[in-house]
Design a protein around this ligand. Structure first.
Ligand code: GTP
Ligand code: MG
Length: 595
């Protein structure tokens, strides 16, 4: 997935429209109401001009007031009635826009979450958590704001402007043209403003994501900060980022300030032109006092939309920068997904694993991390993988659940290439305890039952026993109902590992993969775990990464990796006889000089 040059199939507005499905009719109705209540605004000056000309300032004003007093009252009631009606329409209209925007927000947010959930490992190493969080919160809110406010204000401004313009032209086209002749200048200024403010919004959005990432990483990593007493340093770092964000915000606002005086001057010119030219026209018979009042009562309907243009453009650019970020996730496709012709395999796997000349290189890596890996494990067997840190053990086991795909060769389970399985079928047969244990903020029971929500409480206890976790869990004040914090705060490293092992076992996997899962438990407990693993009440192939000989020596097959290549493979006794890396390791760990 190329993060930088992603092309979207739809434009931003088309995309927004697509996500309004189900709400489009009501939204269009909302737009219509916006036009209606804005046009209605013009009726008051129209009625006042009629009132003034007929009953107050006209030639027969006094006469009219006496003879047509019911028309006078009708006009007054119509003015009040229309004002009340207008207020009701505005209320309904705001509700429609707000409702639609919340609907769109909900829909896109759910869609994004779904997308993020289904992404592959490469996605998670590309995007930082803070950045992703910014996209589903701040950026998405800018999208919501577009639907709820910007569109309404655009329609409001244009309908007001257009209606006032038509109204002016209708009343007195000469005066109207004199006023409207000024307006094109505003568009030129707004166009120039747009060009300058667009990059600012993109920058602003980056700064916000940066600040959120700082905060998120710092809060997650608070233990490291405390351990190194780096609070001041972290605060300073955040302060810099916060300052940066504030300054970018200020600079963005300043861009508008550069253009604001020109727009404001043009808008302010309107009443001046009105006064000057209107005054001159008043001396001629072509312009009545009533018309003058109607014009000056509505001059704002021409001037205000001009003033709003800057604001609208600003919001438009904010939407543009934010929606680009949202759409990037919206249209991202994981590389690792079900093949179109993937055949379902609902039955439990037997559990044979075969690596056939597998090589692997990370997309962003310079060199392959695995070369020509070739081995086979039969159902029910245990294979141990050893080797110094960074030699590729974790990378190797990540190819089994297809977290990554080999660059060459194939990984087969029960004789079928893992790429040909449906991901769900493949992964539900695999129990994985990762090297870096992550527990959820949930009860211990909830954590163990994570992979199988149907599991019975007795079974949770059984699997906790298998992983030698029952004893310490039972001793906790709330036992299995104890809530563990984010990332398992409140538990020791070994305790977390054991819960993670119980979680992997609780799905009764055909293939159990343990990545250094017992490294933090004492030897006695480890022995107990080994014992349980050898006597599981379901058939299971085990792939165990470990550094300790005590963990690996009983495996059917031990694989030693060195810089991504298999250098030794065989049983404990075979490898001892080879007198290679494994032999040296045994000597080192047991302290025996000669074996
Ligand atoms: P230990 O867990 O420390 O015992 O090491 P390991 O044998 O499990 O090594 P691992 O498979 O994690 O890493 C093998 C090599 O791949 C190392 O050189 C890493 O730097 C590299 N590596 C691991 N993960 C990634 C990744 O996500 N991207 C890239 N580009 N390289 C990675
Ligand atoms: Mg590892």
């Amino acid at each position: 997935m190329n993060k930088k040059s992603q092309e979207f199939p739809l434009t931003k507005i088309q995309w927004l429209w697509q996500n309004m499905k189900g709400m489009r009719a009501i939204y269009i109705f909302g737009m219509f109401l916006t036009i209606v209540y804005n046009v209605m605004q013009l009726t008051v000056p129209y009625f006042s001009s009629k009132l003034i000309d007929t009953f107050l300032a006209g030639e027969n004003a006094a006469e009219n007031l006496r003879t047509k007093s019911d028309l006078f009252y009708k006009l007054l009631i119509a003015m009040v009635g229309l004002t009340v009606l207008r207020a009701i329409i505005v209320y309904i209209d705001c509700m429609i826009f707000e409702n639609t925007s919340q609907h769109v927000l909900y829909k896109i947010r759910n869609f994004l979450y779904d997308k993020i959930q289904r992404q592959d490992m490469t996605f998670y190493s590309t995007y930082r958590t803070g950045d992703l969080m910014t996209r589903v919160t701040g950026d998405l809110d800018a999208v919501r704001h577009m639907v709820a406010w910007v569109v309404r204000i655009v329609i409001e401004s244009f309908s007001l402007f257009a209606a006032a313009a038509f109204f002016f032209l209708y009343i007195n086209w000469k005066m109207a043209l004199c006023l409207l002749a000024i307006s094109p200048f505003v568009f030129v200024i707004i166009y120039m403003f747009r060009n300058q403010v667009a990059p600012m919004h993109a920058l602003l959005r980056e700064k916000l994501a940066q600040m959120n990432t700082f905060a998120q990483e710092n809060i997650s990593g608070n233990r490291v900060v405390k351990a190194f007493a780096r609070e001041d340093y972290e605060m300073e770092k955040f302060d810099t980022s916060n300052c940066d964000y504030r300054d970018t915000n200020k600079n963005t606002a300043r861009v508008w300030l550069k253009f604001y005086p020109y727009v404001e001057t043009i808008a302010d010119l309107m009443p001046v032109v009105m006064l000057l030219i209107g005054g001159l026209f008043l001396m001629t018979p072509y312009f009545t006092m009533g018309e003058y009042v109607a014009f000056s009562g509505l001059i704002w309907a021409i001037a205000n939309p001009m003033r709003m243009m800057g604001n609208i453009m600003n919001e438009f650019q904010r939407f543009s920068a934010a929606s680009k970020k949202v759409m990037e996730i919206y249209y991202s496709e994981p590389k690792i997904k079900d093949k179109e012709n993937a055949i379902p395999h609902p039955d439990r796997f037997k559990g044979s694993i075969e690596f056939k000349n597998v090589s692997f290189q990370y997309e962003d890596g310079d060199l392959p991390v695995l070369y020509d890996i070739d081995f086979k494990v039969n159902p029910g067997e245990t294979v141990a993988i050893m080797g110094e840190t960074g030699c590729g053990k974790t990378s190797l086991i990540h190819l089994i659940p297809r977290f990554y795909e080999p660059t060459a060769g194939e990984v087969l389970i029960d004789g079928i290439d893992v790429n040909d399985y449906k991901l769900e079928d493949l992964r539900k047969n695999i129990g994985l305890a990762t090297q870096d244990v992550l527990l959820y903020s949930d009860t211990i029971e909830g954590n163990i039952a994570y992979g199988d929500s149907q599991i019975k409480p007795e079974e949770v206890v059984k699997f906790a026993r298998y992983s030698a976790a029952n004893d310490f869990i039972a001793k906790m004040p709330e036992g299995y109902d104890t809530i563990v914090g984010e990332r398992g705060v409140g538990l020791s490293g070994g305790q977390k590992q054991r819960i993670s092992l119980a979680r992997a076992l609780a799905v009764k996997p055909s293939i159990l993969i343990l990545d250094d899962t017992t490294s933090a438990v004492d030897l006695e407990t480890e022995k107990q775990i080994q014992n349980s693993l050898n006597n599981l009440d379901f058939p299971c192939t085990k792939v165990i990464i470990a550094q300790r000989i005590s963990t690996t020596k009983n495996a059917d097959k031990i694989i030693v990796l060195n810089h991504g290549r298999i250098t030794e493979m065989g049983s404990h006794s075979e490898l001892i006889a080879k007198k290679g890396y494994y032999y040296e390791l045994v000597k080192l760990q047991t302290g025996i000089e000669e074996l």
